[in-house]
Design a binder for this molecule. Sequence first.
Ligand code: NAD
Length: 316
Amino acid sequence: NQKVVLITGCSSGIGLALAARIAKDEKKRFMVYATMRNVSKAEPLVEAAGRTLGRTLEIKQLDVCDENSIKACVDSLPERRVDILISNAGMGLIGPIECQSIDEMKTVMDTNFFGLVRLLKEILPDMKRRKKGHIVVISSVMGIQGILFNDVYAASKFAVEGFCESLAVQALRFSLNISLIEPGPVITEFERKVYEEGLKIDLSKADKVTADMFTNIYLKNYNQIFETFGQTAEDVAEHTLKIITMENPPFRHQTNTLYTPMTTLKYADPNGDLPIDTFYKMVFEHDKVFNASLNFLKLLRWRSRKSFTLEKDKSN
Ligand code: NAD
């Protein structure tokens, strides 16, 4: 009676932590197919999986940008059955749009958005036929709210959210569940890769004010934001495990309680100005406001370490 879980992007970060955590479920409720684009990068997962490898965890090749690889992977599963799909593979992109090529931007959309679309085109029809299945998508708080210099990345996650919100209505008709997991900053390779790429950007195509804003405000504060708000991949995995074991899983779940005051701004003002003004003040009147906010968050973080609990199961 094991549930079949297929996860994408398992060579590092959240995907790796998720695959290992779900495979190690004490009650052995899941059979995990941990997929990655390049299986030669499986070593860290093999290590994390330990004794579950070959038992409740199997590694498979899957590139979310390649329909054939998705089909081949799903075809290789017993009865092509996927009970829980966790769409996790993704990539980031930061910087002024003047300095990014359309091709770079398309790769982000192709991975983060069309990657999910390709998976669902392959897996959703079977789920509908079986009238059973849970689609879990690792989105981001940037699927709710744009962030300075994350324009295209946020757009890719907004696309994911709009796509899922539209599908969710149809899914109900087939008794399927869709859940968006929305982490804030998570300390993974992603964060490091994005930052290192950010340092390499040729800013000569941007005007001085923009280039200065990116280097002296955004990049300068980048690491501090991750240190202050940052969650571990294991933490996100724990939240996701809870979501996939719920009877009535929520459509949206934010994993980082420190970040919720920010996303709440979005819902608090139908005109949409409140979050934009607040971010502006945080960034440009930052000496006082930004430092005060960070200190406040550090305090919250210290307090929440003592009482870090998941929101109550919706079904309770
Ligand atoms: P990561 O870079 O460690 O993991 C991303 C994984 O996706 C990598 O293993 C990478 O190889 C894989 N991937 C990229 N393109 C692929 C493709 N075409 N096919 C298959 N796999 C591919 O970073 P992460 O933080 O673990 O990111 C996982 C997800 O979490 C992403 O969707 C990301 O947008 C989301 N997320 C991350 C953060 C963060 O701060 N790190 C915050 C919110 C959401």
